[in-house]
Design a protein around this ligand. Structure first.
Ligand code: 6PG
Length: 236
């Protein structure tokens, strides 16, 4: 089990602020010319993106060294209200100048295959497909768009198409293989609604009985959990 690091903040605002500073520091210390960063969907990550677009974080992040990817996407067009690409673009990418943006083409039926090829191509430099992966966690223990009933969580692929119990049903997601190859994974979790599941995930990991997708995130490098007190309330 990775020696997971735990950062607990007083509330969602403090979490967004702390997570923004953490991400800037994490990217800045990556010893590679271009940092491949995968963004997450969800309201908790969105709050973090908005802080990143503001001073002081905006002025400290080495944006030109960032190649931005996504950990998952809904099977929708980029201008759809449900698009993770649209959310991150409105909250952050429209306000900063990143080196490259590689969206998952959710509107295409071959989106998973195309993103797989993109990530395979990225590893030509000898690095992992992604250096830093940001994740959220659902109350059911899903992460990215890997759900408890997603088949073949052990696939060697980097990208799969999955079915979400919540609409939009069609999803494209990084696999555990891609996530766990990362140098750093940051999981941002907020709210009382996640406290039971977070405690269960930590217990699964501690006792070596990881079954939910979230509990099977075991990166080659660092795993950092960033949460607010409400989400952390049931952790021992
Ligand atoms: C998505 C996300 C998903 C999200 C979690 C947590 O596409 O919705 O990738 O995995 O991160 O559901 O979302 P909240 O932070 O909004 O609870």
């Amino acid at each position: 089990m990775t020696n997971a690091e735990r950062i607990v903040c007083s509330d969602t605002g403090a979490l967004a602020e702390r997570a923004a500073g953490w991400l800037v520091a994490t990217v800045a210390e990556m010893a590679v010319p271009v940092v491949r960063l995968a963004l997450s969907g969800g309201s908790t990550p969105e709050a973090l993106y908005r802080r990143l677009a503001e001073a002081p974080h905006r002025d400290r992040m080495p944006w030109d060294r960032l190649a931005v990817y996504w950990g998952d996407e809904r099977g929708v067009a980029p201008d759809d209200a449900a698009s993770n690409y649209r959310m991150a673009t409105e909250a952050l990418l429209d306000h900063v100048a990143v080196g490259a943006v590689h969206r998952i083409e959710g509107e295409r039926t071959d989106a998973a295959a195309r993103y797989e090829a993109l990530l395979r191509e990225a590893t030509a430099d000898g690095g992992p497909p992604l250096h830093v992966v940001l994740l959220g966690m659902g109350a059911d223990g899903h992460t990215a768009s890997l759900f408890p009933d997603t088949p073949d969580l052990d696939t060697e692929a980097f990208v799969v198409e999955t079915v979400s119990p919540a609409p939009p049903a069609r999803r494209i997601s990084l696999t555990l293989n891609a996530i766990n190859a990362a140098s750093v994974v940051g999981v941002v979790v907020s709210g009382a609604s996640k406290s039971e599941r977070l405690a269960a995930v930590w217990a699964e990991r501690r006792e070596g009985r990881a079954t939910s997708p979230m509990s099977r995130v075991e990166p080659a490098g660092r795993l950092v959990w960033l949460m607010d007190e409400e989400a952390a309330a049931k952790l021992s």
